[in-house]
Ligand binder design. Sequence first.
Ligand code: UD1
Ligand code: CA
Length: 500
Amino acid sequence: MTTPRPAAVIVLAAGEGTRMKSATPKVLHSIGGRTLLGHALAAARGVDPLHLAVVVRHGRDLVAAHIAEVDPDAVIAEQDDVKGTGRATECALYALPADLAGTVLVTCGDVPLLTAETLRGLLQAHAASGSAATVITATLPDPFGYGRIIRAADGSVAGIVEQKDATEAQREITEVNSGLYAFDVAVLRAALAEVGTDNVQGEKYLTDVLGIAGEKGLRVSAHLIRDLWQTEGVNDRVQLSRLGAELNRRIVEGWMRAGVTVIDPATTWIDADVRLGRDVIIHQQTQIHGVSIVGDDVVLGPDTTLTDVSIGDGAAVIRTHGSLSVIGAGALVGPFSYLRPGTELGAKGKIGTFVETKNAQIGVGSKVPHLTYVGDATIGEHSNIGASSVFVNYDGVSKTHTTIGSHCRTGSDNMFVAPVTVGDGAYTGAGTVVRRSVPPGALAINVAPQRNLLGWVHQKRAGTASAKAAMAATSALAASEQSPSVADDPANVTEGNATA
Ligand code: UD1
Ligand code: CA
């Protein structure tokens, strides 16, 4: 059955959420890399409504700014001083076109596991039964706090009564209101005009619309669903983490069914907007956040956290922390690498152990294998950066850029004092402090000649374990036949000069 397109979805998000005990409005708390409201908007968009309205009040500016960012086409409706879900819905209708006709869905901004598929099921059931209103319901072992569904003899819904307004007998009912509805908009509009605030909470209840429609002889139905997670709202941080864990369990399971190997689902966290290729293998303790996009045959983890990172086919990223970076196909990252924003590693490149990169473009086949900081740099193709080097990008006031060409071989323990350029095919010696640009094909060296001040330890550190060890070794060398004279090496300077 094709799903009828709704005229609008109204997302209620004006409530305060006091139990979160937070400076942040409840609907802006996140699970799975999206805010609660972000999840609600994604589900709403999934049924392709002509209009989408969000009702705001508490934390209005923050919530409105977030909506403008994640769903700029959504209409922001302000709730006034009148309290209640009915008033919130009415305020949304004021903000939508006056000639709106057909079906309107009402959902909550704090029910993050609800899917578009479930809303499609609601729309289909609503259309098939020809109802004026249909409410998603669930049967809970402990229905405390929820509105209870009062069924008529024919199985239709006679009304909904809130926990606080319910009689003892009504509180025994275990079928509850999820807070998710489909309405004929004309019926909704007319009924809301009749809803008062004569109840224990003094609020204008949306739930009263169902009773009013029923009294007018219109059909009101319940659409019972079994997946209770989809109706559960977040009220406090315990529920936030519970629903976050369940959302993650669903996402991880979905990827396994789509062809991803997850070695340890319990310690693997994948955000809702992550995309993974085929035959990706994820080892334990790996978190993939944000809008990360992973190609086919990639190995991730163990112990890896990536946020907004793109990874090409066949790459491996092991024990790495990275964000806002691009890793080329077949590249190798880790173990123990730190990729900061703006890192771009070319295909078959390498960022190795204890290497930190930031705003660094590292070309195809180039390697930064060990103990190095690459900040504000461009490295060409097939170059190798020696172990323990630093791209010295900060002079204490400003940051400047270093460029290394292609097919370069830089020595271990180099300092590239930016701004500096190393030409294609150039080499640098171990320990070089590169302060001046190196022409293509040149070897840059600037180390001072080494001097060995003979006997220095004996003189200056007399009596230490080092002095004793040196004495023993010197005697042994002198006694042995094969001792080449230390005087043969011009680096060696005699004892009397050991003043350094
Ligand atoms: C509501 C239902 C209840 C149902 C429960 C499901 C009513 C009267 N009751 O109860 O039958 O079982 O949801 O979770 O509708 N909101 C506004 N403006 C308001 C009040 C609420 O926008 O003035 C929004 C909230 O932000 C939230 C949603 O409406 O997204 C539900 O509000 P909440 O206070 O949680 O509803 P309950 O009183 O628990
Ligand atoms: Ca309430």
